[in-house]
Design a protein around this ligand. Structure first.
Ligand SMILES: [Cu+2]
Length: 294
């Protein structure tokens, strides 16, 4: 319980901090609809998912819930049209509604709209992903894979960690995603999109205000390291833009791309790794993490 209270306090502090500092730098349309999702502004041109977690479920054959926030940084509205995965016999989009004091769940087979440059939050007591007829129990620490499908964007395959009461996973918590491919040692963040898995590691391992070397380790779905790419790190704070800060990451072999980065303040940061390969579309992987006070 104490952990949860602490988390909410941190969230509240971030919201206050954001509302105090962000306004001048934000797009006008990003300032509407106060919500916790607003803490993670959308990145122009990037479709991403954050705050992914599932609640534990004790029984195979039972049901489960998955919560997340979709960040639509694209210039067009999207529809989240469905969910695929082998974790359960049936995966449905639902919304909990309070019908005169009785909470019931309405299926939304048509999905949910996400306005351009906006977010869709799936959360306990609201819109959510329902897992029906689970293939196996879901225990805290387990991770499974889901694919989100959209009407006007490529599907997104994500790793879903099972967390206590569906609590928000810490943004900087290394997820044990694809442990068979992951690098040894502590990672700062990991992400998966468009057939590439990426992990960020930092030297020092927990970055503080000041200099750090960031190593992006990139592997394709088939386990082959991504070689011969031009990787640029697009770096910013998530609660207060510091303007464009791009660092070219140097190829270090074996799928590693490293760059020296300066974190000017402690707090929530994100790095978008822009991965360019000859003759292929640019792939962007977004990593969220915290920089500590020195
Ligand atoms: Cu439901």
């Amino acid at each position: 319980m104490a952990r949860r209270i602490l988390r909410y306090t941190v969230l509240l502090a971030l919201v206050l901090f954001a509302s105090a500092c962000v306004a001048p730098a934000m797009q006008p349309d990003a300032m509407q609809a106060p919500s916790t999702a607003e803490m993670v502004p959308v990145e122009p041109g990037v479709l991403a998912v954050t705050g992914v977690r599932a609640r534990p479920s004790p029984m195979a054959g039972g049901s489960g819930g998955v919560y997340l926030t979709v960040l639509n940084g694209l210039d067009q509205p999207l529809q989240l049209t469905g969910i695929d995965g082998v974790v359960a016999g049936s995966l449905e989009l639902h919304e909990s509604v309070n019908d005169q004091g009785v909470i019931r769940m309405e299926p939304h087979p048509e999905g949910f709209p996400i306005p351009a440059r906006s977010t869709l939050e799936l959360k306990p007591g609201g819109k959510h992903i329902m897992l029906i007829d689970l293939a196996a129990p879901l225990a805290v620490g387990d991770v499974f894979t889901l694919t989100l499908t959209f009407d006007k964007a490529d599907p997104l395959t994500i790793d879903v960690p099972v967390a206590e009461d569906g609590a928000m996973t810490d943004m900087h918590m290394p997820m044990p995603a694809h442990a068979d491919l992951a690098p040894d040692g502590p990672t700062l963040a990991d992400q998966q999109s468009d057939g590439i898995h990426g992990w960020l590691t930092s030297t020092p391992a927990e970055p503080t205000r000041g200099e750090a070397t960031i190593d992006a380790y990139l592997v394709a779905d088939d386990g082959q390291p991504i070689e011969g790419a031009t990787v640029t790190l697009d770096i910013d704070m998530t609660n207060m833009s510091h303007g464009q800060y791009l660092v070219p990451a140097e190829a270090a072999g074996g799928g590693h791309y490293a760059g020296n980065v300066h974190f000017s303040m402690p707090g929530p940061w994100r790095i978008i790794a822009n991965i360019e390969r000859p003759g292929q579309e640019v792939i962007k992987l977004r990593f969220d993490f915290m920089v500590k006070r020195g």
